[in-house]
Design a protein around this ligand. Structure first.
Ligand code: ADP
Ligand code: GN1
Ligand code: MG
Length: 371
C-alpha cells in the first residue's frame, strides 16, 4: 500500500480533534518513525505526535504498550498528587476509536499517538549548562516517582537491554560472522572492544551479587528524551518510555553523561572535538543526586562514574556491532554513520578512563548532599 494511503488509514483510527492540516517527520530518534501532525478547527489548532513503532526491535509491541499505558497512568496520578500538571509533565496517549492505546494497520505495523507537548524543546546537544542540570533533576525525579511502581508487572521490552556481558557476546558473534566483510577496515575499534572484556562485567556482576538494587529505570536517558520547558527551562517531561524496565540507577546516570557531557555530537567525525567535559559531569551529578532525593544508596553513588564509562562503552559496542551487521538496528543517515558513532563513544571511554579519579571525587563531593 502506498505511504499516503497508510497515513490516511492510520490517522482515521485515532481520536484526534479537528481537520488534518499537516504531517511532517519529526525529531532525531534512532528507533521509531516519528511524525508531527497538525489538526485545526474553527478557532484553534492542536499538534500530535504519531509514531510507527519499530517492530523489528520491539518484538512484542502489545506488551510494550501495556508498559507505556501502565507507567503513564501511574505518573499521571503521582504528578497530580504532587500538584503538578499531568497534561504536560507526562506523555498522554491518544486513544483509538476502538478505545485502545495503539492501532495495527493493514500491513501489520503498530502505531501510537501522544499529545504534543507545546512550548518545550528537545536538544541533541547541551547548549546551556542549566538545561543539562534540569534534565538530571528530571531524570532523577522520574526514577523517584517510579520507586514503588510494581516492577513485576513490567514486560522486558528488549531482553538483556543493558546486560553489557550479553552485548559483548553479541559483538563477538557479529565479528565472527562478519557478514558484510567490514571487520578488516575497523581493526583498531575491534581491538578497543576486545581489550575491555573485563569492563563489560563490572556492574552486571555487582547486580547479580545483590550489591546494587534493581530499580524501575528509564534506560534511555539521553538529552533528546526529555522536554525542556521553553519558558521555565525546567525538565518538564521525560519521554521515550519504550525501555522503562527494572535496571540500575548508574545506567540511567551513565547514559545521560555519555550523550550530554560529551563536548561533541554523538556522530562527530572530528574526534579531536570529543571529550568528557568534567564540569558538565559535575553539573549532572549534582542534579541527578538531587532529583533522586536521597533514594540512592552510597554504593550506587560510588558506581555512577563506572555507569558513565560502561554505558558509553556499551553504546559504542552496539554501534560497532550494527555497523558489522549492515546497519539494521539504528537509523543511519550516511555511509559509515554507525562507525562514526562508535568512534566517538570509544574516544569518550578512553577519556573517561583517564578521568576516573576526578569523576569519583565529584561523586564524593555530592554524596552527603541533603535535599
Ligand atoms: P525514538 O525512540 O525514535 O527516539 P522518541 O519517542 O524519542 O522516539 O521520539 C522522537 C522525538 O520526537 C523526540 O526526541 C522528541 O523530539 C519528539 N517527541 C516525542 N514525543 C513527543 C511529545 N509528546 N511532544 C513533543 N515532542 C515529542
Ligand atoms: C536509541 O530511541 P533513541 O534514539 O532515543 C537507543 C538507545 C541508544 C541511543 C543512542 C531502544 O535511543 O539505547 O543509547 O539510540 N534506543 C533503543 O543514541 O535501542
Ligand atoms: Mg528517543
Amino acid at each position: 500500500m502506498e505511504q499516503q494511503a497508510i497515513f490516511d488509514e492510520v490517522i482515521a483510527q485515532f481520536l484526534f480533534r479537528g481537520v488534518l492540516k499537516a504531517c511532517v517527520p519529526f525529531g532525531s530518534g534512532h528507533i521509531n518513525d516519528t511524525y508531527r501532525l497538525t489538526f485545526q478547527w474553527e478557532d484553534g489548532q492542536q499538534h500530535y505526535i504519531l509514531q510507527k513503532m519499530n517492530k523489528s526491535i520491539f518484538e512484542k509491541p502489545e506488551e510494550l504498550m501495556e508498559n507505556v499505558s501502565g507507567v503513564t497512568s501511574w505518573l499521571r496520578r503521582k504528578i497530580q498528587e504532587e500538584g503538578g500538571d499531568p497534561e504536560r509533565e507526562t506523555l498522554n496517549l491518544v486513544p483509538t476509536v476502538q478505545g485502545k492505546p495503539y492501532y495495527v494497520d493493514s500491513a501489520g505495523d503498530y502505531w501510537r499517538s501522544y499529545v504534543f507537548i507545546e512550548d518545550a524543546s528537545c536538544f541533541d546537544q547541551v547548549a546551556r549548562e542549566e538545561d543539562f542540570y534540569q534534565s538530571a533533576v528530571a531524570f532523577g525525579h522520574f526514577q523517584r516517582l517510579l520507586a514503588d511502581y510494581p516492577a513485576e508487572t513490567l514486560h522486558e521490552t528488549i531482553p538483556n537491554f543493558h546486560n553489557t556481558i550479553d552485548r559483548f557476546a553479541k559483538f563477538k558473534a557479529a565479528l565472527a560472522s562478519d557478514i558484510c566483510s567490514r571487520a578488516e577496515e575497523v581493526q583498531p575499534e575491534i581491538s578497543f572492544v576486545l581489550e575491555r572484556e573485563a569492563l563489560a562485567h563490572t556492574l552486571c556482576d555487582m547486580q547479580s551479587s545483590g550489591e546494587l538494587p534493581l530499580r524501575v529505570t528509564h534506560n534511555d536517558t539521553k538529552l533528546n528524551n526529555i522536554m525542556i520547558d521553553n519558558a521555565t527551562r525546567k525538565g518538564i517531561c521525560v519521554i521515550d518510555l519504550d525501555t522503562v524496565m527494572p535496571g540500575l540507577a548508574a545506567n540511567d546516570f551513565g547514559d545521560s553523561i555519555r550523550f550530554g557531557a560529551s563536548t561533541g555530537a554523538e556522530d562527530e567525525k572530528d574526534l579531536s572535538k570529543i571529550e568528557c567535559d568534567l564540569h558538565l559531569y559535575e553539573v549532572y551529578t549534582r542534579g541527578f543526586i538531587e532529583g533522586c532525593c536521597g533514594a540512592l544508596t552510597e554504593k550506587e553513588i560510588d558506581t555512577l562514574p563506572m555507569g558513565a564509562i560502561l554505558m558509553t562503552f556499551e553504546c559504542g559496542m552496539r554501534f560497532l556491532t550494527d555497523y558489522l551487521e549492515g546497519d539494521h538496528y539504528f537509523k543511519i543517515h550516511r555511509e559509515g554513520h554507525n562507525l562514526d558513532r562508535a568512534r566517538t563513544q570509544f574516544k569518550l571511554v578512553k577519556d573517561m578512563e583517564e578521568k576516573l579519579e576526578q569523576m569519583k571525587a565529584i561523586g564524593e563531593k555530592y554524596k552527603n548532599m541533603v535535599v
